[in-house]
Structure formats: structure tokens, C-alpha cells
Design a protein around this ligand. Structure first.
Ligand code: NAG
Ligand code: NAG
Ligand code: NAG
Ligand code: NAG
Ligand code: NAG
Ligand code: NAG
Ligand code: NAG
Length: 722
């Protein structure tokens, strides 16, 4: 199954809290999928498959030390390289196939609740917790949290809740998968234990931790008196994206659980110690409304590019888990309950050997090259101007002239060079993969944004050297080539060198035909006449191409060039009639008028000459009527031999009149100025009558709207009586 690289988990605005309280929350995307569980099966293949979010070094051998060294985190707070995992959800078809349900992202809450919330301490290094019980298949109303008269206990089973998000009003929550017809997804939620015995950092039976009396509120039991942040994790499953659902099919978690009672989650601490310590002390108890931006230590490492900068890593376990499968990973059998599932419900036949574990390849963070505004960065004299907002929906982009997309290649330097080659000073990188150019910044754009956090595609894929930033979603890093020797077309100066005020591209004028391809090597599209002017405008080109007899079409290219012609030749081909400058390959501002568009590199903005009138043979002239052209090879005498004359102001009328005076039935005009008459066509000269259409006809020097033959052929008239 194709997984979209730029899929961003939905930000789940719905908060499970019914009352004002203190917490922070962050969004996370998937970092690894498969039978990986270093808490339960350290160094080995886990019993069932998980979806893991968080530190990129997560693997079967992960420890605090390896996680903290992760190259990146797929969670919104880069300083949190912890790993969090939950089971995969599949759809079980009646025919025995299983389809992975797309993971819609996770949201992780850090809460401090209860009367002792002020005494919450951060997780110790190497701290790990597992919450939930994979073997449960029914509601356990017996096992209670510890409590007292003031803070009564509660069924431990209430740590789990499921939310069905239909199109309409939300349904009440239940601790099992009560409804899977949820147009906007099904959310599995689980609270972690937040009371610690102060001794072990992890125990297989999780007896080192206990729940708060009210699970997400209350007090800690005397056996586990130390209060830690309460983790609450939401995992969104895109259940409505599963096709061909039938009453006989059903959703089943990877531990073979079709009920949801066996939902569980694991946490392995990988926080940068000082960031978690500061946030626990300063950001858990005051009312933050969950906002990272209210907490300076978290805000400093917030990164909205988490899913792009830290995409899912290759699976460590060599076993298919994505897409359509013919058995659950690990050949887990579905166990309906209500009794608990047996400890091992794994039974792969010999034909399915245990999967391979690929060796752990731990990475280390790569330094990021982060220029400060005003500093030189990249090629030539490029100066970093800042991070600007840039909405693709706004009518004019921050940099408006031309743009291109190239994820594999995109770096700051690549974009700077591309814009320079196209004649632009300003370059801007955006969305990890886009490059935009112009010579002035849209004045509505505001710099100083902090959302330029996405790694450049080119520095992500090359994997060597420093990581660079290429803007973000709706945000662009802008550079200015300040080299004074650089001659930028369409610079905002007039011919006198005075700065012109910024104006957005106004696009095209009347009689616009569209943007056409053109090529210098394959021959020009418009071959009639050509001129170039550093300060080209649409009007200048129109004047040039329509002067005199004029051409039918004129086209502007590369800010400065003007081509004329009557037909489209060679590579000339309509690309688009769309005249929106920011949506068009013809996007270059004209050198002499920056609101105007003058094509682009190898593309022409083409206009029609509305006043163009093609020359035509006048017919009849008296009794003489126009005929097909007559060839005049001239090697064996002329094709008409009765009389002849020449005149530098020759017209069709002039020649016909001359031949009438000579009492000749045929009149032929050749090479613009020559006139021949005869009473018959001299066959022995090799003369033939041919269509004039394919001949390179010349206009008459005495009337530019008439034809006067050409080289080796005549425009011919004939009259049957004289
Ligand atoms: C089972 O049904 C699903 C849904 O129609 C289909 O996608 C899948 O290919 C089927 N599996 C087999 C083995 O035919
Ligand atoms: C926690 O401490 C803050 C500031 O020190 C105080 O305003 C607040 O009342 C305390 N909350 C509790 C529940 O003790
Ligand atoms: C599940 O919820 C949807 C949306 O509210 C509802 O239309 C549907 O009837 C429910 N299904 C079941 C089995 O309760
Ligand atoms: C996990 O660590 C052990 C002990 O260092 C090592 O032998 C094993 O190869 C590691 N496993 C993987 C998959 O790297
Ligand atoms: C930038 O943000 C400002 C203020 O919100 C807005 O007016 C402007 O249109 C935005 N500019 C672009 C290019 O998105
Ligand atoms: C870019 O640099 C040129 C040359 O130094 C300068 O004239 C121009 O004003 C600069 N543009 C911006 C937007 O800073
Ligand atoms: C850009 O072009 C596409 C397809 O030609 C069109 O759907 C879209 O509306 C255009 N956008 C703008 C801003 O004109």
C-alpha cells in the first residue's frame, strides 16, 4: 500500500476533559510498525504487531540511552524521543484476509491531577510502563484501583475508552469497541499508571506502578506514593477507509482481540531530561489549556514538521504488517472471549518461518544548518531574509514569479541557483520540496514566523552533512542574492534605475492566446522576426510585431524577448490558456513592466494581432480572375513569353492592366516586381499550375495586402476574352 509521505495526522481537537485542567498535549506520527516491543520482548520478536510513535531509534533493543540519541522524533516536541506504542488494528474479511486499518496519528497528553498534582516529578531515565492487558476480552468490574473514603477506587478496566466519531453528534464513550461505523474514525484512548513505588524503573508485571485512585485523577496508593505525570494516549484508526465491510467481517486488534477490552499501550522514556524536568515543574500544574506555546521549554522544541522530518522507518522485523495480509502478524488467532485469551495464541505453521530481525541501526541527531536573518547563506552573496507566511490559497504568493517542485533535489543552494538561472534574485524554499522565485517580496507577507521547520527533501535523502530547513506548510524561507553584478530581469527598477513600487502580477492583456512551448535547439515556435529588450513590455512587443504588414502572432519570452510569426512552428505547442500568473508556466515578470508577464524560460506568452489582415489575391480585376500559381523554372524560357515589364512599386492591378494593354489573356507577377503576359502558357518551359498555399509568397511592394508571386513562381490571372 502506498503511504503518503506528507500525511499529517489529524489534530484531534476533541478533548476528553470535561473541566478546566492543566496539561500539555502533542501530536505524533508513526515511526515504526511491526512486532517490536522492547518492554515485553527485549531483543526478540514480539508476540503481536504494534504501531510505534516517537524516537526514531525505537527497536527491539531500545533503551533510554539509545532512544535519547534518536536522529529525530515523530512527535511534535523534538526533545521527546520517548517511544509510545499501541496495537495495530486490522479488518478481518469473511474470506480470511486481513486489511490494515490506516493509523490516523496519535495524540499524547501529559496531565497532573489530584490534590498532590503539585508534587509530580518527571519520569526517571529508563522508566517504562505498560498499561492495559492484551489478554482481556470482557469488562473486569472486580479489579479496582486503590482508594479511600475521600478518593474512592474505580474499576481498572476504565483506563480504556473508545470514541466513535460519526458525521453527526458524538456518541458516548465505552471501554470496548462498541461501534466501528465511524465516518471520521474510531479513537482508542488509554490512561497510564502515574504512581510509582520509587524503586524499580520497570517490572514485567508492572507492579512498580499503580493507577491514581480515579485513574486520571485522585491520589496515589501508599505502596506507590510518588506521583508522576499521567500519560493519556489517543490513537485514531481510520475505520471508514476500509472497503467492502460486511456484517460477517469485523475489526480485530493485532493481539487477536475483536472486542477492544485487550487494548493496551507502552511507554519507554526518551525525554531530554532537563526539558521534561522543566515542563513537569512549570507547565503541568498552571492552566495551559494544553497549549505547547504556553510552556517555554516545550515551545522551544516544538516542530510542526515532525511527520515529514521524521517519517516511518523501515521495519526491523522482516514480516508484512501493512496492507492486505492472509494472516495476522505472528499468526495470532482471533480469541472472542469473554474469558481471557491464553498466554500464547501464536501458532504459525512450519510453512511460515519466524521472521528475520534486522540488526539495530541506531542513528544520531544530525546538526541543522539554521541561518539567522541577515546572514549570508548558500551560494554567491545570498542573504537569508527570514521565514515568511505564504498561503497557496492567497491570490499572490510571497514570491510570485515562478516556482518548481523537486523533493529529491531540494536544498537551499539548489533553489538559489535555479532562481538565479531564471533571472531572479529572491529564492524561497517551502514544504520541503518547493522553490519559488521573484525579485520582490509580496508586501502582505510577514517575516519572523516560527513554522519554517521542515527539513529539505534534498538534505533528507542525501543523508550526509548538515540538515537544512526548507520552510514548512504555508511558510517559506526567503533568500536574496545581493550580488551587485547579478542582472536580475524584472528587477523593480525602471529604465532610469529608479525603484518601482511592488505590484502583484496583473497577468495578461487582451488578445491573449495562451502559454506556448518554445525551444532554441529544436527551432523557434514563431519564426517571423525577433527582438530583445532588457526593459521589454507587452506593448513594445505588440508594436514591433504588428508594424508594417504585421504578423498574426507575437510572443514574449524570458522577460526580455519578443518573437513574431504567422504560424506555430517546430516545438511551438499550446501549454495552457490559464492566465493565472501563479498557476502557469508563463510566470516571468516583464523586464520593463513588473506587473506584466513575459513568458518564462522556453515558454512564450502568445498574443494575437487583432488587426492582422492576410494579403490576398484580388479577384476579379476587370475580366481577369485569380488562378492557381504558375511555376517558372526559367531554365527553358519563361512560362509566359508575350510581354514583360518590371516596376519597384508593382501591384496585381498594375500587371493586369499592363497585360490588358498588350491584349494578352494571361498576366503573371513574379518575385515581387516582375510582370509577364502571354496568350498561352509555354508548356516547354516546364511550367505547372500549383496551389499557392505551400509557396513562400511575397507581398507586392506597391500594396502589402496583395501577393506578387515569389522566387520561381508567378501569381497568375486569366481572362477568357479580351
Ligand atoms: C478478500 O476480500 C477482500 C475484500 O473484498 C479482498 O480485497 C481480498 O483480495 C480478498 N482476499 C482473497 C484472498 O481473495
Ligand atoms: C500548586 O501550586 C500553585 C503555585 O505554587 C498554586 O497556585 C496552586 O494552588 C497549587 N495547586 C495545588 C492543587 O496545590
Ligand atoms: C454506530 O454509530 C453510527 C453513527 O452514530 C450509527 O449510525 C450506527 O447505527 C451505530 N451502529 C451500531 C451497531 O450501533
Ligand atoms: C540486541 O542486543 C544484543 C546484545 O547486545 C545483540 O546481541 C543483538 O544482536 C541486538 N539485536 C539486534 C537486532 O540488533
Ligand atoms: C500573510 O499573513 C498576513 C496576515 O495574516 C496576510 O494578510 C497575508 O495575506 C499573508 N500573506 C501570504 C502571502 O500568505
Ligand atoms: C535584495 O538585494 C538587492 C541587492 O542588494 C537589493 O537591492 C534589494 O533591495 C534586496 N531585496 C530585498 C527584498 O531585500
Ligand atoms: C490552477 O490550475 C488548475 C488546473 O488547471 C485549476 O483547477 C485551479 O483552479 C487553478 N488555480 C488558480 C489559482 O487559478
Amino acid at each position: 500500500m502506498m503511504r503518503s509521505f506528507f500525511a499529517i495526522p489529524t489534530v484531534l481537537a476533541l478533548c476528553f476533559l470535561g473541566y478546566v485542567d492543566a496539561f500539555w498535549r502533542m501530536n505524533c506520527a508513526v515511526i515504526q510498525t511491526g512486532r517490536v516491543d522492547p518492554l515485553v520482548n527485549y531483543g526478540a520478536v514480539a508476540a503481536h504487531a504494534h504501531t510505534i510513535v516517537g524516537g526514531s531509534n525505537i527497536g527491539v533493543n531500545s533503551t533510554f540511552r539509545t532512544l535519547i540519541n534518536s536522529e529525530c522524533s515523530s512527535c511534535e516536541i523534538a526533545a521527546d524521543k520517548s517511544a509510545y506504542w499501541t496495537p495495530l488494528l486490522y479488518y478481518s474479511y469473511p474470506n480470511g484476509s486481513f486489511l490494515e486499518v490506516p493509523h490516523g496519528g496519535s495524540v499524547i497528553y501529559y496531565l497532573a491531577r489530584g490534590p498532590n498534582a503539585n508534587q509530580t516529578i518527571p519520569y526517571p531515565k529508563d522508566f517504562r510502563i505498560l498499561t492495559g492487558d492484551k489478554s482481556l476480552r470482557s469488562y473486569d468490574s472486580v479489579t479496582m484501583t486503590w482508594g479511600n473514603a475521600a478518593y474512592p477506587g474505580r474499576p481498572v478496566a476504565d483506563r480504556i475508552s473508545f470514541v466513535c466519531l460519526p458525521d453527526g453528534p458524538p456518541l458516548p464513550e465505552y471501554p470496548y469497541m462498541f461501534n466501528t461505523t465511524c465516518a471520521n474514525g474510531m479513537r482508542a484512548q488509554i490512561a497510564f499508571q502515574s504512581c510509582w513505588n520509587g524503586k524499580e524503573l520497570y517490572k514485567q508485571d508492572n507492579s512498580h506502578v499503580a493507577y491514581l485512585s480515579g485513574i486520571d485523577n485522585g491520589i496515589c496508593p501508599p505502596t506507590h506514593p510518588i506521583q508522576l505525570p499521567t500519560l493519556f494516549m489517543e490513537t485514531l484508526y481510520a475505520v471508514s477507509q476500509v472497503p467492502d465491510q460486511t456484517p460477517e467481517g469485523r475489526f480485530v486488534f493485532s493481539q487477536g482481540d475483536p472486542t477492544g477490552y485487550g487494548f493496551h499501550a507502552d511507554f519507554q522514556n526518551g525525554w531530554e531530561t532537563n526539558v521534561l524536568a522543566d515542563a513537569t515543574k512549570n507547565c503541568l500544574v498552571p492552566d495551559n489549556f494544553g497549549q505547547i506555546s504556553y510552556c517555554p521549554s516545550l515551545y522551544a522544541s516544538q516542530n510542526n514538521g515532525y511527520s515529514v522530518n521524521c517519517p516511518e522507518r523501515p521495519a526491523q522485523i522482516g514480516e508484512p504488517v501493512h496492507g492486505l495480509l492472509d494472516h495476522l502478524p505472528g499468526c495470532i488467532r482471533i480469541t472472542d472471549g469473554p474469558e481471557s485469551a491464553p498466554a500464547s495464541s501464536m501458532n504459525c505453521p512450519p510453512s511460515i518461518p519466524p521472521p528475520r530481525i534486522f540488526a539495530t541501526k541506531d542513528s544520531v541527531p544530525r546538526p541543522t544548518a539554521s541561518p539567522v536573518p541577515g546572514a549570508l547563506f548558500g551560494v554567491a552573496q545570498n542573504k537569508y531574509l527570514g521565514c515568511y507566511n505564504d498561503s497557496a490559497a492567497s491570490s499572490y504568493r510571497t514570491l510570485n514569479a515562478i516556482s518548481t517542485t523537486n523533493y529529491q533535489a531540494m536544498t537551499v543552494e539548489w533553489c538559489q541557483n535555479w532562481c538565479m538561472q531564471k533571472g531572479y534574485r529572491l529564492s524561497g524554499v517551502e514544504y520541503a520540496q518547493e522553490c519559488h522565485c521573484d525579485n520582490e517580496i509580496n508586501p502582505t507577507s510577514v517575516s519572523g514566523q516560527r513554522e519554517c521547520t521542515w527539513n529539505c527533501g534534498g538534505t533528507m535523502t542525501s543523508g550526509t552533512g548538515k540538515q537544512q530547513i526548507c520552510g514548512g506548510l504555508g511558510h517559506i524561507n526567503v533568500y536574496n542574492n545581493t550580488d551587485s553584478n547579478f542582472d536580475a530581469f524584472g528587477d523593480m527598477t525602471d529604465t532610469a534605475g529608479n525603484a518601482q513600487p511592488y505590484s502583484p502580477p496583473a497577468g495578461v492583456g487582451p488578445n491573449y492566446l495562451g502559454c506556448y512551448s518554445d525551444g532554441s535547439s529544436s527551432g523557434r515556435a514563431l519564426t517571423g522576426a525577433v527582438t530583445a529588450d532588457r526593459y521589454m513590455t507587452i506593448e513594445k512587443c505588440a508594436e514591433y510585431c504588428t508594424a508594417g504588414i504585421g504578423y498574426q502572432y507575437y510572443g514574449l519570452e524570458f522577460a526580455s524577448q519578443c518573437y513574431c510569426g504567422n504560424t506555430f512552428q517546430n516545438s511551438g505547442r499550446l501549454l495552457t490558456r490559464d492566465s493565472t500568473p501563479n498557476n502557469n508556466t508563463c510566470q516571468m515578470r516583464c523586464g520593463g513592466s513588473q506587473p506584466q508577464i513575459c513568458g518564462g524560460p522556453n515558454v512564450l506568452s502568445v498574443y494575437k494581432n487583432a488587426n492582422y489582415r492576410p494579403p490576398m489575391m484580388k479577384t476579379p480585376i476587370g475580366k481577369y480572375k485569380a488562378q492557381a500559381c504558375l511555376t517558372d523554372p526559367g531554365t527553358n524560357g519563361r512560362s509566359l513569353q508575350g510581354a514583360s515589364t518590371t516596376n519597384p512599386k508593382m501591384t496585381e492591378d498594375m500587371c493586369v492592366k499592363f497585360c490588358l494593354g498588350k491584349q494578352m489573356r494571361y498576366a503573371g507577377i513574379e518575385y515581387g516586381v516582375e510582370c509577364y503576359c502571354g496568350n498561352s502558357i509555354v508548356e516547354s518551359s516546364g511550367a505547372k499550375q500549383v496551389s499557392c498555399d505551400n509557396l513562400n509568397q511575397m507581398t507586392c511592394p506597391g500594396d502589402k495586402y496583395q501577393w506578387c508571386g515569389g522566387a520561381g513562381f508567378m501569381s497568375l490571372y486569366y481572362s477568357s476574352s479580351i
